[in-house]
Design a binder for this molecule. Structure first.
Ligand code: BES
Ligand code: ZN
Ligand code: ZN
Length: 452
């Protein structure tokens, strides 16, 4: 059963701002007014209204925050099963209702015997259903990929998922696997991933008309981050199945871009590896040479995300796209700076950054810009190589990680780097605990504004 569908029918669902409630109440039948008095409904939250013969006739939902993106979606968890139709012509409200309805009902049911069933939202406008479903499919894909345990989401599984997405939208899929990464000059992806029994890969998806402007997405695909030889302690390792969250974000975003047929030439690059421990693992003190030819002294094998990303970002610059956007669960430091629910982003072009902030407000999808503070670049210096992969100082860790990535970016190519948690630690309306897409609706709004 879908959660939303195109149908002009259903139990009437009235959505009201607090300020509209009294006027609405005055216009109701005596039957309804009596019911509201009898149940002591105070004009806040949900009220189910029966017919004369005690069937469910309609529902009314009153809120001070009706226009907040996730407010109405929680109704999917409160209404009895059945089909509902919202009594409003407000397209923005219908859209946020539809998307948040689906997101509130999200459950990761791959390993569950009896998944829950939910009420269905009917919408008379077919275009609106299509757009909302594209959002739901993209965001739920991101959540599913993150929630899937590492044992079932290793580099080969990420490859299968990328391939399946390519097939669904008629995109082209290529990959470079294992030792071929060395012959094709992706040394850092190989070095980080070589200790795993699951061979490292670079996944590459191409879609869209060659006449359209190029947009390239890059996602950190560390399928499990044990920390490597600089092994993480158990609490820090516990949720590291989510360290492919960046790749889950770019696949979810790609799914939305392709479903909505944005006039762009899309490329998605995912370095997919497991940061594992074995006799052939890369070590602290090793010096790697990146695709670009820079030598990197390994200060910490747990700073692996920037290593796999730097070779992928270098490749992303090769075809000079209009913009490169990467997503990564790159640093704990970014969580210290902004908390777990606000993704940080860095950008080498302030027009793009401003556009993203505007889109963040429009889409009601919070993101926050952090600085590529030039003076901290010195911290990445190594005595014996061109740079180190991590700075021992605990301060400004999200910034120094971003500055490391910037070394692989051509100055003339606008680039955005998102450092995301990719996980809800607590439940909020429309956002269950577990894998989460963060900043995707903001970025999609930006891409639509700029290219559509
Ligand atoms: N995947 C982690 C970062 C991370 C941890 C993101 C928790 C979100 C939540 C990354 O690979 C890592 O371990 N980074 C280190 C870097 C340090 C060694 C310079 C970190 O943040 O501690
Ligand atoms: Zn790490
Ligand atoms: Zn990591």
């Amino acid at each position: 059963m879908p959660l939303i569908q195109h149908k002009d029918a259903g139990q009437p669902l009235t959505l009201l701002n607090n300020s509209e409630y009294e006027t609405w109440l005055a216009a109701q039948s005596t039957h309804t007014q009596n019911w509201i008095t009898a149940t002591q409904f105070k004009g806040e939250g949900l009220c189910l209204i029966p017919s004369q013969d005690a069937q469910l006739a309609s529902a009314v939902f009153v809120s001070k925050k009706l226009n907040d993106f996730f407010t109405c979606g929680e109704l999917v968890n409160q209404l009895p099963c059945g089909e509902y139709q919202a009594q409003t012509q407000d397209e923005a409200l219908l859209f946020s209702l539809a998307v948040s309805w689906g997101l509130s009902a999200y459950q990761f049911d791959r390993y569950k015997a009896n998944p829950k069933t939910y009420p269905v939202l009917n919408l008379a406008n077919a275009d609106l259903v299509k757009r909302a479903q594209a959002f739901l499919d993209g965001i739920c894909l991101t959540r599913d990929l993150i929630n899937t345990p590492a044992s079932d989401m290793m580099p080969q599984h990420l490859a299968e998922q990328t391939q399946a997405l390519a097939t669904r939208f008629g995109a082209e899929f290529n990959e470079i696997v294992g030792d071929d990464l060395l012959t094709q000059n992706y040394p850092t992806i190989h070095a980080v991933g070589r200790a795993s029994v699951h061979a490292p890969r670079l996944l590459d998806l191409h879609w869209g008309d060659k006449k359209h402007p190029k947009v390239t997405l890059v996602g950190k695909g560390v399928c499990f981050d044990s920390g490597g030889l600089d092994l993480k302690p158990s609490t820090a390792m516990r949720y590291m199945k989510k360290d492919m969250g960046g790749s889950a974000h770019v696949l979810g975003l790609a799914s939305m871009v392709m479903a909505l047929n944005l006039p762009v030439q899309l490329r998605v690059l995912i370095p997919a590896v497991e940061n594992a421990v074995a006799g052939n693992a890369f070590r602290p003190g090793d010096i790697l040479t990146t695709r670009k030819g820079l030598t990197v002294e390994i200060d910490n094998t747990d700073a692996e995300g920037r290593l796999v990303l730097c070779d992928a970002l270098d490749e992303a610059c090769n075809d000079a796209p209009e913009v490169i956007i990467d997503f990564a669960t790159l640093t704990g430091a970014c969580r210290v700076a902004l908390g777990t629910e606000l993704p940080g982003f860095f950008c080498n072009n302030q027009d793009v950054a401003n556009g993203l902030m505007t889109s963040s407000a429009t889409a009601q999808d919070p993101i926050w810009q952090l600085p590529l503070h030039d003076a901290y670049r010195d911290m990445l210096k190594s005595d014996i190589a061109d740079m180190v992969n991590s700075v021992p100082s605990p301060f400004g860790g999200a910034i120094t990680a971003a500055l490391y990535l910037q070394e692989s970016i051509r100055d003339d190519i606008p680039w955005v780097h998102f450092d995301v948690m990719a996980w809800n630690n607590r439940k909020l309306p429309g956002r269950p605990v577990g894998g989460e897409a963060m900043g995707l609706r903001a970025v999609l709004d930006y891409l639509e504004n700029r290219f559509a």
